[in-house]
Ligand binder design. Sequence first.
Ligand SMILES: [Zn+2]
Length: 283
Amino acid sequence: MRTKLMAVVVGAVLGVTGAAFAQGTPTTPAAAPKAAPKAGKAAATATAGKTEVTWWGHAAFVVKTPGGAVIAIDPWFTNPKAPQGATWPEAVDAILVSHGHFDHVGEAKALAQKTNAKVFGSFELVTLLALPEAQSMVGNVGGTFQVKDATIHLVEAVHSSSYQADPKAPAQYSGASLGFVIEIANGPTLYHAGDTGAFQSMALIAEQFKPTVALLPIGGQFTMDPAQAAVAAKLLKVKTVVPMHYGTFPALTGTPDALTAAVKKARGTAKVLSLEPGKTTAL
Ligand SMILES: [Zn+2]
């Protein structure tokens, strides 16, 4: 409800500005001096809008861009570390699902049904989710999609992927595991690695997309541990690493402190930004 009200207010403000500009242009002979403060105002608006990231524990994040795109990634909102009492985002544009394992698909289907969001992932996995065609954004490594001011690239991850829709039925092949690069206009370029080990082609991700913030798994056993994540951060050349996929279960033993120590030991320069589930951080 509040979001709708905000949209109305923003729309009204933009409408007024647009009307003023339309009226001012023909009646003002000196267009250039008028244009300067307008450009300044536009720039101020752009920098005022920040990209906000909320960690829901495990590999689940909700990203809000300055242009108003709401992107949920690996939305397992019922994981043991999820913020208590937090409510699902009401409006979601895109749901990115890295692979078919339950701790990444999570509540993707229910969230898509509730919000009408589009679901992005491998052709096989998104097909298995059996959503309406208009919501099924099937792709594979190399694919690029535009969601408002966010450009989303599907990239490689080194991990397995299968999907079990029914707990009594065998798991089904669900395509390649993916990572995501999200380039945000007037914002950072985020890289969500999904589940993966460190791999040499992270240097190619750095060369192609120049991510500034990497969301990296550090738990170990199924993914990188802190020492390997420190190597990954160097390959990616990112300024900031946000650790994820740790502490959810006893087996996922990596910690942000261990990552900080590993980055230092590897003589890396990335800053470790440890997020608290449910707390929104501006990037
Ligand atoms: Zn997995």
